[in-house]
Design a protein. Structure first.
Length: 94
């Protein structure tokens, strides 16, 4: 699933929870521009994706993955605006 929604990523995903769970969206790509959504918005988005079983990176579909502890402590070294997420149950790791 690709998203380019200029700061509405969290809202879009909240409205897509049935899609994410029922239809097994394995890969997500989008932008998470902290200049638009702020640090609070970025961490809210990361926590949401983690809660739905996604490994998240801001580098690529092969990681490095943002750890749960970095999200919880809000110490993510966030570079750029890219967001890559792979569901932990995905049969394909790109």
């Amino acid at each position: 699933m690709k998203m380019d929604v200029e700061g509405w990523e969290y809202n879009i995903l909240q409205g897509a929870t049935r899609l994410l769970t029922q239809y097994k969206v394995w890969h997500l790509i989008g932008e998470a521009n902290r200049g638009i959504i702020g640090d609070d918005g970025a961490y809210k988005l990361l926590k949401f994706l983690k809660a739905y079983g996604y490994d998240v990176s801001n580098v690529g579909f092969k990681g490095p993955w943002i750890s749960d502890s970095a999200v919880a402590s809000q110490t993510v070294n966030w570079q750029g605006v890219n967001l890559f997420a792979v569901h932990q149950d995905s049969p394909v790791r790109l």
